[in-house]
Design a protein around this ligand. Sequence first.
Ligand code: 4AD
Ligand code: MG
Length: 462
Amino acid sequence: METKRIAEILRQGNPGDSTRVQGWIRTKRESKGFSFLEVNDGSSLANLQIVLNGDYPEYEQILKTLTTGASVEVEGELVESPAKGQRVELKAAQVTVFGEADETYPLQKKRHSFEYLRTIAHWRSRTNTLGAVFRVRNACAAAVHQFFQERGFLWVHTPIITGNDCEGAGELLAVTSLDLQNVPRGDKQAVDYSQDFFGKPAYLTVSGQLEAEVMAMAFGNVYTFGPTFRAENSNTSRHLAEFWMIEPEMAFCDLEGNMDLAEQFLKFAFKSVLEACPEDMEFFNKRINDTVLATADNIINNEFERVTYTDAIALLEKAPDKFEFPVKWGLDLQSEHERYLAEKLFKKPVIVTDYPIEIKAFYMRVSEDEKTVRAMDVLAPNIGEIIGGAQREERLDVLEARMRSHDINPEELWWYLDLRRFGTVPHAGFGLGFERLVQFMTGMGNIRDVIPFPRAPESLDF
Ligand code: 4AD
Ligand code: MG
C-alpha cells in the first residue's frame, strides 16, 4: 500500500481507494460509536478526516493515545464524506501511534497570537498560518530558480564569510575564533586580530553583490540566492538580522535592463505562487489581509510606475499629507514617503531611480550631471523598499575616486578594481529581500513570521 500525501488524497482520491497516511493529529472528536480525527501532514491547509469505528480492537485504550499533537500512521479505505467541504474521508483499518502528546503540548485547539508563536518557533510550523507561509516561501524559492534558469542565468554561490562591507553601512556582524567574552561591545581596539583565525577582521556578508560582479564578468548573467546578515538595530516589522537575498547581476546591461528584469521577476514570482499555492493564498486573503489577492492581480497585470528621485521629491512636495520627516532634494526617502508614493499616489509598485550621489553606495554609476547615481529602488505598497539596485560604476578612475570619498581603501578591494582594469563592461544588478517578498505576497504583518527561525536583536532562542 502506498503512503499518500493528504493534499493529493483530497484532490484526487476516490471512494474505494486503499491508502496510508502519516501525520499529526490536530483535533479529535468523539461521538457515539465513532471517533473523528483531523490529521495534517503539512502538505496543505486541509486536514484529512479519519473515522475510527468503535469496534476497532481495544478502542478505548487506543483512543486515549490519539490526542492533539500525536503522530500517527493510518491505513484504510477512502469513503465519500458526508461533511461539507471535503470529498473523501479515511475509514481507519489500522492505526499506529508513533509518538504520543499529552495535554501540555503547546498547540491545543485555541488560537495563539503570532507573538506567542514566535516563542515556540519549533512548533509554529504546525499551525495553519505558518504552515501556509512556509509552503508559499518554498513555492517562491522554486520560482526564483525557475525564472533565472529559464533565462540562462548562472546560480553562483558567493561567500558567507567575507572581509568586505559591500554596503558600507557599518552593520557588520563579526566572525571570530577569539574568545571575546571580556571585550566590551563595539571596542575593536581591544581585539588583536593577528591572533584571529583569518589574521584580520572577518564578517558575515551583508550582500553577495561584489562577488556576483566577479562572476558576471565571466558568465554574463548570474544570480545569487542565499543568506545575508546585518546587525540592524532597528526592531521593526521589516528588518531581520539574517535574511535571504536574491541578487542578479548582468554584464552588458544598463539601468533600464535592470528595471525590466526586476519587474518581470516580481510578476513571475506572484504568478508562480498563485499557481502553486492557490488555497494558501486564498487563506491569506480571508484570514490575514483582504488585499492579498487584489495585490497579486495588480502586480501581475499592471506596469510598474517609474519615476526619478527628483520627480518623486516634487510629487512629495505637492502631497496633501503631512510628513513627519522633511522632504528635500538630497535627503533619503523615509518609509512614510515611500509608502505615500506606492500606496496612495500610484497604488502599485514604483521604481525610483537616479538618487543623489551622497546618499548611495560607492559602487553605483555616476551620471553625467555628477549629482546623481544610476540607482533604483523598487517600492511596494504595504512594504516599502523591496528591491535596491543600480547600474555599477565600470570606469576605473571614477570608481577609485568614489571609494576615496567613501573612506574605502582601494587596496583592500584591489580585486574589485581589477574588474575595471581588464575587460570592463557596463553592468547592473539588484538585491531583492526574499522575506520582504514573502511578506508582500502573504500580507503577513511581521517579517519574523515569514522565516522559520527569525534572527533579530536580543533574540536567539532557536
Ligand atoms: O538595498 P540593499 O541594502 O542593497 C544591497 O545590499 C545591494 N548590494 C543589492 C545589489 O544591488 N545586489 O538591500 C537589498 C534588499 C532591500 O531592498 C530589502 O528588500 C532587503 O534587501 N533588506 C532586508 N530585508 C530584511 N531585513 C533587513 N535587515 C534587510 N536589509 C535589506
Ligand atoms: Mg536599499
